[in-house]
Design a protein around this ligand. Structure first.
Ligand SMILES: NC(=O)c1ccc[n+]([C@@H]2O[C@H](COP(=O)([O-])OP(=O)(O)OC[C@H]3O[C@@H](n4cnc5c(N)ncnc54)[C@H](OP(=O)(O)O)[C@@H]3O)[C@@H](O)[C@H]2O)c1
Length: 246
């Protein structure tokens, strides 16, 4: 139960889903380490919630290794993520490297550093925020889909690694959530609001926080492995079949 857990580390804490999870954990009395790059926003969150701010780029593996708190956490929330517009045909080198580095390589390092302590203490919970992009194919950024598919498989594989210990693994797999992510992708928050959110009943940060809370607050003999959560009006799937002109 949550009362077994004393500490947490949340990546992508400066905005959106991550900030919501930090606030919920802190309100539950957990000592939360909040990680992302934007120091000013982290400091604001720390003032509001009492979390400890760590302004770190998670692509900096040395900085993750130097983060002492990571070795002792009961709850690790791998939430930081980035996306790009366009598919593999229009992706440049940076569009591959940044997404791979943030969305999957950093997650592997964070787990590699945090999980041994959880195994020794026989107590821990890893929450990975993936995406429906990791389990369904639809129009979107190819690299993003590929990295989120890796997080999906990693989450299942971690259950094998944790076998025999009270270390739980939960994958949260959301559809569209109203955050800053689309604004960052197209470089225009107001246009993203108009194109992706106005008129749609998207998920809110609190819907994802509620899913995380459900998994974390489950009795300790219960592992909630995978939660897919979509807006009611968003359905994945579809099939294309192009007739050749010649
Ligand atoms: N919103 C959606 O529709 C949706 C749907 C499915 C899945 N998701 C996933 O949900 C997670 C949270 O996204 P969100 O929607 O809350 O997006 P967001 O509002 O853009 O927040 C992304 C967070 O990731 C952090 N981040 C990005 N690059 C980083 C880096 N190199 N080092 C450290 N932190 C970094 C950002 O902080 P800094 O810029 O301060 O570093 C920010 O706190 C992501 O994994 C995303 O893929 C979102």
């Amino acid at each position: 139960m949550l009362s077994d857990y004393k500490t947490a580390l949340v990546t992508g804490a400066s905005a959106g889903i991550g900030a919501g999870i930090v606030a919920w954990l802190a309100a539950k009395g957990i000592q939360v380490h909040a990680v992302s790059r934007d120091k000013a926003r982290l400091d604001e969150l720390a003032a509001k919630t009492g979390c400890t701010a760590h302004a770190i780029d998670i692509r900096d593996t040395g900085a993750l290794e130097a983060l002492e708190a990571l070795r002792d956490v009961d709850i690790l929330v791998n939430n930081a993520g980035v996306s790009r517009s366009g598919d593999i045909l229009s992706t440049d080198r940076c569009g591959v490297e940044e997404l791979v580095d943030v969305n999957i390589e950093a997650v592997l390092h964070l787990v590699r550093i945090a999980m041994p302590g959880m195994m020794t203490r026989d107590r821990g919970h890893i929450v990975n925020v993936s995406s429906i992009a990791g389990v369904y194919n639809f129009s979107g950024n190819t690299v993003y889909h590929a990295t989120k598919a890796a997080v999906h498989m990693l989450s299942q594989q971690l259950r094998i690694a944790a076998y025999g210990k009270r270390v739980r693994v939960t994958e949260i797999c959301p559809g569209r959530v109203e955050t800053e992510i689309f604004g960052k992708v197209i470089g225009d928050m107001a246009r993203a609001q108009r194109e992706f959110y106005d008129g749609f009943e998207s998920l809110k940060v609190e819907d994802i926080v509620a899913a995380v809370a459900y998994a974390i607050e489950a009795p300790r003999h219960v592992n909630i492995g995978h939660i897919e959560i979509l807006p009611t009006f968003q359905v994945p799937g579809g099939l294309n079949f192009e007739r050749r002109a010649d």
